[in-house]
Design a protein around this ligand. Structure first.
Ligand code: MN
Length: 486
């Protein structure tokens, strides 16, 4: 992510003379360099804008630079905001307004009008903020001294989301099946997702993949088996079943690369003509390499998974499914029939082979492990409300398995819902949250809200502050607002 750049644009004007502008540039450089060291992306001071033409030139550069994912703006001095209108109307990337200062404390003993004129962020921030609000730009405002850890955390979340947005625009999902018959929540408007999120979602008949599978050589499979041997414990004698999955992994990866760089994959246990097993181990290992996966045709989750995995730096993130409750202890056991990412593993994953009750295929090889614990994680769902997409973000706590589950032949996670079991589950259901989610132990509610805001999407948050009656009202209002915005 450090390859991605966020440009720092400082606002000022020529009224205060060349000396002041020299200081403004020096301070901006120093501040941008400090912030850069704390961010997941590269932060670079670009320029100090003093006129409309300069803002336009800077924005042209920002828009055309493929490595640039957004801008941070800051007003060192007062900066008359009419000069920002033309440029901001052209801006095609996310913007964060950093309400900060070069000095943390006021120099009470020495302060004079020269100091006041050179350091008037409070003044400049308001002029700039007015025009941004007037333009109805849904930007982020981060407040605090530029070395303040809390402010930098906010800024860091925003940078991560900005990089996520740039990545999102490149996401292509390869569907080897349509959505599962009769299932509602995995459906959605693919054209809408393409327009608003940049996701290209394409269908290929599974037979096209079978041709790739047939071309995989025994030597290719040997190499993949060696890779599995390094990462996982072989806990089956049915090596043939494992080799079959290795073949699928190689073929899917080649297919996705050959066809133009698909980073999301969708299959369906009911559409596997020409395959002997449902891809399990293959899909699990591919998720650990950056692919997003959606089961039963769920392309929204495949794309969301790819974006979130990118933002999480390929750690602790992947497809999950709310499966079964422990009502006594207020827990949920999440898993899937096979395809749980090894990025969730707390124990070294074992390769095991077991029968699969549905799909009518041979026993598939899969990775089995206990999931990680994490005091803070998010479960994220994206649903189609008919007129828009809604992002639902729930704060959860991943907990250690309270008991061994020796007969559970899949990887899984266990969690507690926020604010508590009853309200957490009720809120999720009222919001229309799906059974398929992307869970991440690395991303925060803040990261996901920033991402959703940058997508211009309705974002519903369920966390420790959620109160169910207020939450229901919020859903009603939100529905009305979002209807009128679309
Ligand atoms: Mn499922």
């Amino acid at each position: 992510m450090k390859e991605k750049v966020v440009y720092w644009l400082t606002g000022s004007q020529t009224l205060y003379g060349a000396d002041v502008l020299e200081h403004v540039a020096q301070h901006s450089q120093e501040m941008a360099d400090y912030v850069n060291a704390k961010m997941p992306v590269t932060v670079k001071y670009l320029t100090t804008c003093k006129s409309s033409d300069e803002v336009v030139e800077a924005v042209k550069r920002v828009n055309s630079d493929d490595s640039c994912v957004g801008i941070i703006t800051w007003c060192h001095t007062f900066s008359p905001a009419k000069m920002w209108i033309k440029g901001l109307r052209m801006l095609q990337k996310p913007m964060c307004h950093f309400a900060t200062q070069y000095n943390e404390k006021l120099p009470y003993d020495t302060i004079d009008m020269d100091f006041m004129n050179e350091n008037q962020a409070a003044h400049g921030d308001r002029e700039f903020g007015y025009i941004v609000t007037r333009l109805r730009m849904d930007n982020k405002v981060v407040v605090g001294y530029y070395k303040d850890e809390e402010a930098l955390k906010e800024l860091s979340a925003w940078c991560k989301a900005a990089a996520g947005i740039a990545f999102s625009k490149t996401v292509k999902v390869c569907r080897f099946s349509d959505n599962m018959r009769d299932v509602a929540v995995t459906e959605g408007d693919k054209v809408e997702a393409h327009i608003n999120l940049g996701w290209q979602v394409d269908y290929y008949p599974i037979g096209d993949l079978v041709e790739y599978i047939q071309k995989v050589t025994e030597k290719d499979v040997d190499a993949m088996m060696a890779e599995y041997g390094k990462k996982y414990t072989m806990a089956t004698k049915n090596v043939e079943a494992v080799r079959e999955q290795a073949k699928y992994e190689i073929a899917i990866d080649r297919f996705c690369k050959d066809k133009g760089g698909y980073i999301g994959i969708v299959d369906h246990f009911g559409a596997l003509h020409g395959l002997r097993q449902l891809p399990g181990l293959a899909i699990q290992d591919l998720q650990s390499k950056g692919y997003g996966f959606g089961a039963e045709g769920d392309w929204k989750i495949a794309a969301l998974g790819a974006v979130m995995q990118y933002m999480a730096g390929q750690k602790g993130t992947g497809l999950m499914e709310d499966y079964t409750y422990d009502l006594k202890d207020g827990l949920c056991l999440g898993a899937h029939m096979l395809e749980v990412s090894p990025l969730f593993a707390a124990t070294k994953p074992e390769i095991q082979v077991h029968p699969l009750g549905i799909g009518g295929k041979e026993d598939p090889a899969r990775l089995v492990f206990e999931g990680i614990a994490s005091p803070e994680a998010v479960a994220v769902s994206m649903i189609d409300m008919g007129d828009r997409l809604r992002l639902i973000v729930q704060k959860i706590e991943l907990v250690k398995y309270p008991h061994k589950m020796p007969n559970l032949p899949v990887g899984g996670l266990m969690w507690k819902y926020k604010p508590n079991f009853k309200e957490g589950v009720a809120a999720w259901i009222y919001a229309g949250g799906a059974h398929h989610t992307v869970v991440s132990s690395e991303l925060s509610v803040r990261d996901m809200v920033d991402l959703g805001n940058m997508w211009g999407m309705e974002v519903v948050v369920i966390d420790e502050k959620t109160e169910i009656n207020e939450f229901k009202k919020q859903l009603l209002w939100s529905d009305q607002i979002w209807k009128s915005r679309i």
